[in-house]
Write a protein that binds this ligand. Structure first.
Ligand code: NOJ
Length: 562
């Protein structure tokens, strides 16, 4: 798809569809490509520009497709290559772009490269992976147990930072890099519009493979010590850019960047670096962690949230980089449950407020499927209902090793498990939320009886129509894309108040994160004259700004001043 402005993604909104859970077209209980195809009009109507698809390639599904066995073939459960071609073609006809997940820190142990690598130490594919004769360090895998696994045929251990079936590639081998670039060209030649790059900050390993600190109350050390922003990561990304990305002008790239600070991100996305367009950072996702890591009951403290978001706003702007803005994705709890208030009284109001707080910042906003109708966390009460490798491992770890009761562990999973994001997209109030005619691979949330697309489309006041307005604002107001971000009250515990200062107007964005009414006094330097209300989730927000602004619980108002 050709676009004249190579930085079109700066005024775009991305919608993330998790193929397994979006829409099942053939009744096998599993979402698929034709299911996504059948909903393109829905996405075009929402107004988004890009659809990001989680991995759709052949995979044993140890980690829901993040363990790829063949980069050039479609996972049969999800459809065929003809289905993909049709999806891409129809999306383009409707003005929607498609970006794919590029998972090249590791492959599946079923990938032919790994199968060959295990045949002998002399096999040319052996050096595609990272092997040691002895376990060299204390690294633990993200999904439990050590990060090294023994293979008898070669009498060596291979590295897997994630599940055993996700074997880390050896990027120091030029043949690996060339092979990866070839896979990328295959998809770019088909006309896709870019890549979301899985854990791309981990591809270059420190050859010393140093021990990592034992964090998160786990039995093993963190592999980040020797994997995150390793010695050659920038060299490899610049090479990838030179060899592949630069040959396809107008594509977009977003790198998932675990364990990356805003200062480090400057080198990935800063102007002139020739690496990535933007990264997903995790700083705001870590604010409610405790000594057990993410499985904690903490709520995010607003001044902390503003501190990290302010830092990214300021540092990306200063380096000529760009932010990606997200509250949720397939690895995170539902936004309204985690950052808003999912009670019946406040669900819709707080979902809209969160939309305003995020979408009016500088960067490219990402909407995770269901966020646009205010979907909540799953309603699971038993471990049998969970599917995710991480949830199952956490349950074992917390109940068998850390001494938590099953009940307490289930409460933690209920709040934070990745499966919260993976329950079926709620299309209707019918069987399995209208996701499938068969038995869904993971249970639908019973609250689909009132939280569903059909109901949202019938209600002019729904979260859906509010999101539609937010998307439109990004397309129509230059201040939303270009305005300089200024936090008006970083220490305020209830209100996130910021400006977007542009040449022709300044946007004043006020979001009440609390369940009480509050009054926010504008600082003297902000002009409140000749203002107009741009968007609001309140019943009767005044048409003009005042020095003291009364905000309803979870109220959000945006004014433009000149
Ligand atoms: C990040 C992905 O978002 C997550 O779902 C996956 O488990 C890991 N990377 C490993 O690929």
């Amino acid at each position: 798809m050709t676009t004249s402005n190579p930085e079109w993604w700066k005024s775009a909104v991305v919608y993330q569809a998790y193929p397994k859970s979006f829409r099942d077209s053939d009744g096998d209980g599993m979402g698929d490509l034709n299911g996504i195809r059948s909903k393109l009009d829905y996405l075009a109507d929402l107004g988004v520009d890009v659809i990001w698809l989680n991995p759709i390639y052949v995979s044993p599904q140890v980690d829901n497709g993040y363990d790829i066995a063949d980069y050039r073939a479609i996972e049969p459960m999800l459809g065929t290559m003809a289905d993909f071609d049709a999806l891409l073609g129809e999306a383009h006809e409707k003005g929607l772009k498609i970006i794919l997940d590029l998972v090249v820190n590791h492959t599946s142990d079923q990938h032919v490269w790994f199968q060959e690598a295990c045949k002998s130490r002399e096999n040319p594919y052996h050096d595609y992976y990272i092997w040691r004769d002895e376990i060299p360090n204390n690294w633990g895998s993200s999904f439990g147990g050590p990060a090294w696994k023994y293979v008898e045929s070669v009498d060596q251990y291979y590295l897997h930072c994630f599940a055993e079936g996700q074997c880390d590639l050896n990027w120091d081998n030029p043949a690996v890099r060339e092979a990866v670039y070839d896979e990328m060209r295959f998809w770019l030649d088909k006309g896709i519009d870019g890549f979301r790059m899985d854990v791309i900050t981990l591809i270059s390993k420190d050859p010393a493979l140093p021990d990592g600190p034992v964090i998160q109350n786990k039995a093993y050390g963190s592999y980040y010590a020797g994997c995150a922003t390793g010695p050659h990561v920038h060299e490899y990304l610049q090479e990838m850019n030179r060899e592949v990305l630069s040959k396809y002008p107008g594509i977009m790239t977003v790198g998932e960047a675990p364990h990356t600070s805003a200062d480090q991100a400057v080198d990935y996305v800063g102007a002139g670096r020739g690496e990535l367009d933007m990264v997903f950072h995790f700083d705001h996702m870590h604010l409610d962690y405790d000594e057990n890591g993410k499985y904690a009951l903490n709520r995010v403290y607003l001044p902390d949230l503003k501190r990290v978001m302010d830092e990214w706003q300021e540092k990306m702007a200063a380096c000529g980089g760009w932010n990606s803005l997200y509250w949720s994705n397939h690895d995170q709890a539902r936004a309204v449950t985690r950052f808003g208030n999912e009670s019946e009284q406040w669900r819709e109001k707080s979902a809209k407020m969160l939309g305003v707080a995020l979408h009016l910042q500088q960067g490219t906003p990402y909407i995770y499927e269901g966020e646009e109708i205010g979907m909540t966390n799953a309603d699971f009460t038993s471990i049998e209902q969970y599917r995710d490798v991480e949830a199952l491992d956490t349950f074992r770890d917390f109940t068998e090793r850390k001494g938590f009761s099953a009940e307490d562990t289930l409460e933690l999973l209920h709040l934070k498990s990745r499966d919260n994001a993976r329950t079926p997209m709620q299309w209707t109030s019918g069987h399995a939320a209208g996701f499938t005619e068969g038995e869904p691979w993971i249970e639908a949330n019973p609250n689909c009886d009132h939280i569903n697309v059909k109901a949202a489309l019938a209600d002019p006041d729904s979260v859906y129509y509010f999101y539609k307005q937010l998307v439109k604002l990004r397309h129509t107001r230059a201040s939303v894309t270009d305005g300089v971000y200024v936090d008006l009250a970083p220490e305020d515990e209830s209100v996130w108040a910021y400006l977007r200062r542009a040449e022709d107007e300044t946007l004043v964005v006020l979001c009440n994160f609390s369940d009480s009414a509050v009054e926010f006094e504008l600082p003297a330097e902000v002009s409140w004259e000749s203002s107009e209300l741009v968007i609001s989730n309140e019943d009767a927000a005044p048409g003009e700004l005042a020095r003291a602004v009364a905000l309803e619980p979870y109220g959000a108002v945006v004014y433009a001043t000149r």
